[in-house]
Ligand binder design. Structure first.
Ligand code: SAM
Ligand code: SF4
Length: 373
């Protein structure tokens, strides 16, 4: 089973922390939708499997009209067999949510919403330069419920300067109280090229202390665990039956086509990267000369990726796969894990290596230690 990812590279305004590919100039929106549909036709043979998940990400896919979303879904359905209960997700910004829009999304076949809440404090939302305020975040979730969307995930960010423990706990609790069945929470990364990155360089503010960021992560894990969410990936928490199928398939090595500028694709043997430029992307598709970077993956690349993504999940890394799928020696992984296991950062359960709660705090450092060059 495979997935389709559609990158919608437009935003109403640039959030001060965001380094994803997007443009605030919406003039190419119609041409972009045409190009995305054409790209799918051109690249159909990249994957020859039924489609299990479709994911509209961005940028801000909720800037697309319902008709534009419908057109893309119809295109996918015309070219592939999409399974009956496929998960079809769209990332929506709270400011785009209205009753009519939600009704339209439902009719178009969307059955899962990913709402970019980030925080419930107006001063922090302003610091991040989000379009919405706290009241709109809450009313948009309630409206989504009223329109029959129960399968909702919400994004939160922690480690924001000025957030602090009390407000962070409040943000998590608000989502629990709203009965949101899936939550993704990310530590704020301050990227060099963003407004926050430039302000930091000029010394205009201090980032949150690492210790406090770690404490906020610990609060996240414990509050959500107490509320019956399972941490199935470091940043992802779900009530029973609500694990994200699309995102999990990335972590479990399923194949996918990524459409749109900056999107990635993976079919088990190669990774492909579309150009991160709206004009050049459209031109490439229209002239049948798409600018795609292709990376053929060696067994070593695949093993590194497998380890990196699996270790972040509750499923852990299957040492049997290391030998059978990638033809690598298991001893290397067992030896490297030894000190992490002794220090309480990892465990070995049967043939699986997994992170402990302490290990999840330093996951990047641990995966780096296993990386084979
Ligand atoms: C790229 S956005 C796309 C979805 C939608 N436009 C939105 O803003 O909600 C996906 C998520 O990435 C997270 N994100 C983006 N940049 C980040 C950063 N520098 N640090 C932490 N989280 C970030 C935010 O939580 C955001 O909801
Ligand atoms: S966080 Fe979302 S809305 Fe903000 S700039 Fe990035 S993609 Fe756009």
């Amino acid at each position: 089973m495979s997935g389709i990812y559609i990158h919608v590279p437009f935003c109403r305004q640039a959030c001060h922390y965001c380094d994803f590919h997007f443009s605030t100039n919406l003039s190419l929106k119609e041409k972009m939708v045409e190009a995305i549909c054409m790209e799918l036709k051109q690249r159909k043979s990249y994957i020859n499997e039924d489609i299990n998940t479709i994911y509209f990400g961005g940028g801000t896919p909720s800037l697309l009209l319902v008709d534009e979303i419908q057109k893309i879904i119809d295109e996918v359905k015309g070219l592939y067999k999409v399974i009956d209960n496929a998960e079809i997700t769209i990332e929506v910004n709270p400011d785009d949510i209205s009753r009519n829009y939600l009704k339209g999304l439902k009719q178009a076949g969307i059955n899962r919403l990913s709402i970019g809440v980030q925080a419930f404090q107006d001063n922090l939302l302003a610091l991040l330069n989000r379009v919405h305020n706290s009241e709109k975040a809450i009313s948009s979730i309630k409206e989504a419920r009223e329109q029959g969307f129960y399968n909702i995930t919400a994004d939160l960010i922690y480690g924001i300067p000025g957030l602090g423990k009390e407000k962070w706990d409040e943000n998590i609790q608000t989502l629990i109280d709203l009965d949101i069945p899936h939550i993704s929470a990310y530590a704020l990364t301050i990227e060099e090229k963003t407004v926050l990155g430039k302000r930091l360089k000029k010394g205009h503010f201090s980032p949150e202390e690492e210790e406090n960021v770690a404490l906020q992560f610990e609060d996240l894990v414990s509050l959500l665990e107490r509320a019956s969410y399972e941490q199935y990936e470091i940043s992802n928490f779900a009530k029973e039956g609500y694990i994200a199928r699309h995102n999990s398939s990335y972590w479990l090595g399923a194949h996918y086509i990524g459409l749109g500028p900056s999107a990635h694709s993976f079919n088990g043997t190669s990774r492909q990267y579309n150009i991160s430029n709206n004009h050049k992307y459209i031109e490439g598709i229209n002239t049948l000369k798409p600018e795609i970077t292709i990376e053929q993956l060696t067994d070593l690349d695949k093993a590194n990726e497998y380890f990196l993504t699996r270790l972040r999940t509750k499923w852990g890394c299957d040492l049997g796969d290391i030998k059978q799928k990638f033809n690598l020696e298991v001893d290397y992984y067992i030896d490297t894990a030894k000190s992490f296991i002794e220090e309480g950062y990892m465990i070995k359960e049967e043939n699986f290596l997994k992170l402990t709660p302490r290990g999840k705090l330093i996951a990047d450092k641990i995966t780096e230690a296993f990386f084979i060059v």
